[in-house]
Design a protein around this ligand. Structure first.
Ligand code: NAP
Length: 651
């Protein structure tokens, strides 16, 4: 049985002049695609060249400003003129869409990507954008036996963030009973917890959403945390899973019972009482960045004023007129600093390492009226726009992260990585006039060694304000008055904000998880060396599935929403495999797991983030990259499309 997506194109009621003005603001590649959908005429694709991904290095060397897709202004005008004609005819024809056959669909894909795609790549993209309206990632059982068994297969999902809500939606569609245990009082996970000033996602919102539930109403291109939280909350409502979520409750322990082949999941409920739930499978969707890490600085507890972590921002606190210290200069601090700098009496940023930042002029911009209009009203525009955002983030970037063994440099790992370094350095230099500040903020490690942040200039502008000071001396201790640096200076402050990251290498921490024959996950993994097959399944822990588990974090390869969908797709199909064959449990084979992890480690070791010279939250204290997926996204999509029964023992 297939799941059909709702087609939701609103009528175009605007006058031609208004439409003509709006067309100019649209994404040309997506507009060309919409033209073909409205007209049914693929010959129009010969009028313009295929869009090109203009990488930042290339764009900076162009003498003329190019539109998205690398089109010139003249080409852009010709696309808009033609689009207006097509819209006129489309409306005259009662907005009836011609049926496009597979051949035309393939032409569209080839045009958009600028080359002839192989069958696998086509299947990958077709699934992602679902032009045919079929949601291939959902699951419904074909057989009555499967449907029946599904009703007797209770699942516990841990966490109601992006991954947990997605798993819940998919299980509900499949008719599998489930309960979601959420430690917070609301849906949203990281987007509920992180509400520090300036918190927003640094991936475009139109691709940071479920493929089957596009949001045409994002206020900003890079939405604020509250808008993302609200999006996941509305998905939980819309797909009927909210009532299955138990809030303010926390899983403290999960044990696999060899006799019943079921999990016993111990939950601490909102009233503090412990309760044991029985489940046939457990899906952990706890995220990688949900346990804040306070810095281990002597005297931390002796500070007289408020000291808190960026992810535990106290409600209603105002730092206006206060003397504030921020420890850390990663992704969170990068967003916090420009906001606090506006009103703090003084702001001292204690930086241990600087960050690379990527020029992005629209980073804080609101989505234009024209763009919203097109997303809602131009047939298939939203799908192709999403695809374009996805495509530019997966093509051409991955190679820049790979180490060239013949390249010998401390601050880059290959020629293309070095080109990137030069461009990013020039971007930083262009914003500063003080050589001493430049020296402090210019990273000396390769781009992609740590997460590259989206930047529209607000961060470095904040650092140059009179009330802001960047300190690079180490912090020796904290006392009641403030922070003492290694040069002996005391920095008196009223408030200390620790933007110091998370216990990212402690997967599933602090839950106690026990598998077959009483094996403890913390013994099998060690304190901080999580490993899983495909990031999802772990030998000796049957029917335990992780979403965003070990080695699934993306650095350059598209959106984590896509990755979560690949994982949930795989988990659903594992459950189908169990139910259709009337098995109780599946346990990943050790050799399969080990081989996979060997590959993961080998590839990660050959990347900028795996380089021994670089420190980051992707690695554990032994230097092994435990967070990141080292593959191209299409490779991971292929690996997670369908479970191979030979990879598992079944009971
Ligand atoms: P982070 O990237 O781990 O940054 C932590 C910062 O604190 C680093 O500058 C680190 O320095 C510093 N630090 C840690 N311990 C310290 C200590 N004891 N003394 C002094 N400095 C210390 O954490 P984050 O900024 O919260 O970001 C984590 C991840 O969350 C990001 O990479 C991203 O994936 C995600 N995130 C995303 C967004 C977004 O989408 N916009 C926003 C926030 C976070 P070193 O670098 O020297 O270790």
């Amino acid at each position: 049985m297939t799941i059909h997506l709702e087609a939701s194109v609103e009528p175009i009621v605007e006058g031609e002049q208004e439409i003509a003005a709006m067309l100019k603001e649209l994404n040309p590649p997506a507009l060309i695609m919409s033209i073909v959908h409205m007209s049914g005429d693929a010959s129009v694709l010969t009028r313009w060249p295929s869009p090109k991904i203009i990488d930042v290095v290339e764009a900076s060397s162009q003498s003329v400003e190019l539109l998205e897709g690398g089109y010139t202004k003249e080409q852009g005008e010709s696309i808009c003129e033609y689009a207006l004609e097509v819209i006129r005819d489309y409306r005259a024809n009662d907005c009836k869409l011609p049926q496009l056959n597979d051949e035309v669909m393939d032409q569209l894909l080839d045009f958009m990507c600028g080359h002839h795609l192989d069958d696998e790549y086509r299947a990958f993209i077709r699934e992602e954008i679902a032009l045919d309206g079929i949601d291939q990632r959902g699951l419904r059982f074909d057989s009555e036996a499967g449907r029946q068994r599904a009703t007797q297969f209770p699942v516990v999902i841990i966490g109601a963030g992006m991954g947990g809500v997605l798993a819940a939606i998919r299980l509900r569609q499949a008719g599998v009973p489930f309960i979601v245990i959420e430690k917070n009082s609301a849906v949203g996970g990281t987007w509920f917890e992180n509400h520090y000033p300036g918190c927003r996602v640094d991936v475009p919102g139109h691709s940071y959403s479920y493929s089957f539930e596009p949001n045409h109403d994002w206020e900003c291109y890079y939405p604020l945390a509250e808008d993302i939280r609200a999006y996941f909350d509305s998905c939980a409502d819309r797909y009927g899973v909210k009532s299955h979520i138990r809030f303010n409750s926390e899983v403290v322990q999960a044990s696999f019972d060899d006799n019943s082949q079921r999990w016993q999941v111990q939950v601490k409920n909102s009233d503090g009482q412990l309760e044991t739930l029985e489940a046939c499978a457990v899906i952990s969707a706890v995220g990688q960045l949900n346990r804040p890490k306070l810095p281990d600085i002597p005297g931390r507890d002796s500070f007289a004023g408020p000291l808190f972590h960026s992810a535990a921002w106290p409600d209603g606190v105002s730092l206006e007129g206060k003397r504030v210290a921020v420890i850390g200069s990663g992704a969170s601090a990068f967003q916090i600093i420009p906001e606090l700098a506006k009103t703090a009496a003084s702001l001292k940023l204690f930086q241990r390492s600087p960050v690379w930042m990527f020029p992005n002029p629209v980073y804080h911009d609101k989505v234009s009226t024209a763009q919203r209009w097109a997303l809602k009203k131009l047939p298939y525009y939203s799908k192709w726009y999403r695809f374009w955002l996805f495509y530019v983030s997966i093509e051409g970037v991955y190679d820049k992260t790979l180490v060239d063994e013949n390249w010998h440099s401390e601050n880059s790992v290959s020629q293309s990585n070095d080109d990137m370094r030069k461009l990013l350095s020039a971007w930083i230099e262009s914003q500063l006039s003080d050589p001493a500040l430049l020296e402090k903020v210019l990273p000396d490690y390769p781009p992609f060694g740590k997460r590259i942040l989206q930047d529209n200039g607000t961060y470095l502008a904040a650092l140059q304000r009179d009330n802001v000071e960047l300190l690079t001396e180490g912090i020796e201790r904290i006392d009641a008055r403030g922070l003492v640096t290694t040069d002996g200076s005391l920095h008196e402050v009223d408030v200390i904000v620790c933007a110091t990251g998370f216990h990212a290498d402690r997967f599933l921490f602090p839950m106690r998880v026990t598998g077959r024959q009483g094996i403890e996950l913390s013994d099998q993994w060690g304190e901080n060396n999580g490993r899983a097959f495909l990031g999802m399944t772990v030998p000796n822990f049957p029917n335990l599935f992780c979403i965003y588990g070990p080695n699934t974090n993306l650095v350059v390869a598209g959106s984590i929403a896509h990755n979560a969908e690949s994982q949930v797709n795989y988990i659903l199909r594992c459950i189908k495999l169990l139910l259709e064959n009337n098995y109780a449990a599946m346990d990943c084979r050790q050799a399969v797991h080990d081989q996979y992890n060997q590959r993961v480690d080998e590839i990660n070791a050959g990347t900028a983030w795996g380089s021994p010279a670089v420190s980051n939250w992707y690695k554990n204290d032994q230097g092994r990259v435990t967070a990141n997926l080292p593959f191209r996204i299409i490779d991971y999509w292929r690996m997670t499309k369908e479970p191979n029964p030979e990879d598992y023992h079944f009971n």
